[in-house]
Design a protein around this ligand. Structure first.
Ligand SMILES: N[C@@H](CCC(=O)N[C@@H](CS)C(=O)NCC(=O)O)C(=O)O
Length: 214
């Protein structure tokens, strides 16, 4: 059986849950409480030396980094596809995904917030301001790219099916809402988020549906 180490609030684990659900792949969940520091325990450090979630164990493969995991799933379990055909289309989808995964999400993860609290001793207002600033800045870029492109359809790329870009945009919007960002100013992101959340594979993966939610 496949095993996914995750946490209900983790955007990165949310991405992997959606991809597994879309591809109909069963898993056993191992829950870490990142707020309590479970990621630093020796048992988990032996699994993932970076001490972050997700980690997916699939047979002999111990996989880390959500985008690498999504690409692995796409290669090993190609149906249904999470990438469109054509090099330019795939690059567009990966580019949208990377705005979220490389340029937004790393600025708001727990270890950044912990550094603000424990080292920089920031008050709540600048800490929340930082998080919202970078989530909104990324959202502005995503909104412009998606709203202005004729390649955007029901989903980030076309009308046919959700892709890796939709997985990343959905988890980004969910995270931004959790952090109190006003997402009403981003109608295209909101529309795509709502379209995806109406799909059972996305809905079942949402943080609010995880048994470890608080
Ligand atoms: N780029 C990584 C991000 C992994 C990551 O930072 N995960 C967060 C949760 S979303 C985490 O485990 N943080 C633990 C910490 O910051 O201490 C991925 O996409 O998998």
């Amino acid at each position: 059986m496949r095993k996914l180490y995750g946490y209900y609030r983790s955007q990165a684990a949310f991405r992997v849950r959606i991809a597994l659900n879309l591809k109909g792949l069963e898993r056993e969940d191992a829950y870490l409480n990142l707020a309590r520091g479970d990621q630093f325990k020796p048992d988990y450090r032996a699994v993932n030396p970076q001490m972050v979630v997700p980690t997916l164990v699939d047979g002999d493969a111990v996989l880390f980094q959500s985008m690498a995991i999504l690409e692995y799933l796409e290669e090993v379990y190609p149906e249904p596809p999470l990438l469109p055909s054509g090099a330019a289309a795939r690059a567009r989808v990966r580019g949208i995904a990377q705005i979220v995964v490389s340029d937004c999400h790393p600025l708001v993860i727990p270890r950044i917030r912990n550094y603000f609290d424990n080292v920089l001793k920031l008050d709540e207002a600048p800490r929340v301001g930082w998080i919202q600033h970078w989530l909104v800045t990324g959202s502005q870029a995503l909104e412009t790219i998606l709203a202005e492109s004729p390649q955007t359809g029901r989903f980030c790329h076309g009308d046919a099916a959700p892709s890796i870009a939709d997985i990343c945009v959905t988890t980004h919007v969910a995270g931004a809402k959790t952090h109190g960002c006003d997402m009403g100013q981003f109608p295209t992101l909101t529309r795509i988020f709502e379209t995806c959340m109406a799909i059972p594979a996305f809905a079942a993966a949402h943080p609010s549906k995880q048994p470890d939610r608080e």
